[in-house]
Design a protein around this ligand. Sequence first.
Ligand code: G3P
Length: 219
Amino acid sequence: MKFFIDTANLDEIREAYDLGVLDGVTTNPSLMAKEGISGDENVTAHYKAICDIVDDKVSAEVIATEFEGMIKEGKELAKIDDKIVVKIPMIKDGIKAIKYFHSEGIRTNCTLVFSAGQAILAAKAGATYLSPFIGRLDDISFDGLELIEQIAHIYQNYDFETQILAASVRHTMHLIKCAEIGADVVTCPLKVITGLLNHPLTDKGLAQFLADHAKVNKK
Ligand code: G3P
């Protein structure tokens, strides 16, 4: 399972990368706004800065919602760096744009996915990644993980090449359950990745080991 970090914050991206387990980054317009990034030039420079930190796969989202605009913007984004994956919303023109980018060899991430039907469409269009939003489904009393399971089953039936990128992952149990189901990628905030480290018995055990070592190694 690949780990992507879901942020546009350079420090957090560096911290996750330094841990040695990061496979990519996902951003969206809200995450860019959170970092105060605005204006075409700044946005481009920020994506470039992200690409310079990680090895590959930086999702950069288009703002346009009609076909021509998405193609123009997506091409501009793809030009920033070979690591860019063009993120396209799950709407009618988005599906057409995904199909277009697929034929041009440009990787895409189909975002804002909330149903199995949408997942089938995106795979048919040739999306590289599919981003079902688990947390936002849970927020409205639908089971986000059940959707991941359903999509994984459907994709297996037809050997679809689209990778399931579980998004809107809010906590470690989301991530672990996604691993059990077999999601190809999980994108999450830094605290979810570092949260995997925590266990009180690890802390207690380490303290005991160090104390026992100190007892017989007095200076
Ligand atoms: O990857 C999508 C993500 O940024 C949305 O997360 O927590 O705002 O639902 P959230």
